[in-house]
Design a protein around this ligand. Sequence first.
Ligand code: KIV
Ligand code: ZN
Length: 388
Amino acid sequence: MTAMRSIKIFDTTLRDGEQSPGCSMNLQEKLEMAQSLVDLGVDILEAGFPIASPGDFESVREIANTIHGATICGLARCNDQDIDRAWEAVKGASDKRIHIFLATSAIHREFKLKMTREEIIERAIKGVKRGKAVCDDIEFSPEDAARTERDFLCQVVEAAINAGATTVNIPDTVGYTTPQEYGSVIALLKNRVPNIDKAVISTHCHNDLGLAVANSLAAVENGAGQIECTINGIGERAGNCSLEEVVMALKTREDHYQCTTRIVTPRLVPTSRQLSSITGLQVQRNKAIVGRNAFAHEAGIHQDGMLKERTTYEIMRPEDVGFQKTDLVLGKHSGRAALSDRAKSLGYTLTPEQIQPVFDEFKKLADKKKEVYDGDIIALIEHQLHGA
Ligand code: KIV
Ligand code: ZN
């Protein structure tokens, strides 16, 4: 039997997530979210980008000084000023990390940085060494790694590890890669970079093609030991890998992935709701894991199956992600079994003769309404029983 691997969850809700339009948070809101993320069990909490603004610096510093139970991380571009500022912000934490990034793809080198490959390697080494002089825990990200020439990516990763990086993150910055391709990049790094075992390989996937979770899982299958993700998948453009989805995929398919995380999964829904209420950005109803419909069943055949044996139509227990219970929604697709069950839970035990006319009236009402509520059911039953 293979041993379970433990995967680190690096949450970037307060940094990459906050970069998404409409998601900025004030200091108090960031502190509240940071505490909830620690309670959720994240291993590393990226609290912000300290050089970005005085407010960002302040919130990273406050989180570092007051929130305990996770490694607190600050982001920096690969230059002295950014790295020093990030260190100033995180240094009060018991466990701290500086996350340094530098773009490596040909597009970024040519159009954004106007630097040669040699200059990129030199800059990466210099930056990682500067961070390492003050902080043991250094993460290095070759930005746009997924579109970087493979040979060059291997060289940069090797140089960053030699300079002292303890985590090497492989960002799919523009959400362009596919699971098979991204998995093969991780496998290549594992096989080709001689010092790769001295660092943890991390995934950082954006969701432009809706593949961020699948890509992150492919990376894990090929040896990545850290996943970067956000609550509700918020982040630049189409967002980042969704924490709740990737964690529940690992947990539900533990048989396949053979990996565990420290996430306290019943805290997923409360944390998701808290973020929505702070940012005002609601998740869609059918969002996997935390959406209102994630454990709701309306079809009669499904409801009947669920009432007989839950696992007929549910692969996770609602309690395991923080919902109170499965929701058998009463609507036009529902059947007699679900109606009788709801009547019972409302205090009415109806005989088959009594349920039939209630069911007929219920179907007529359901044709007019999207959802039939408990108040409607009570009215229908009372009318049948007492003509009220
Ligand atoms: O998407 C990205 O490349 C990033 C880096 C800063 C890691 O967010
Ligand atoms: Zn990103």
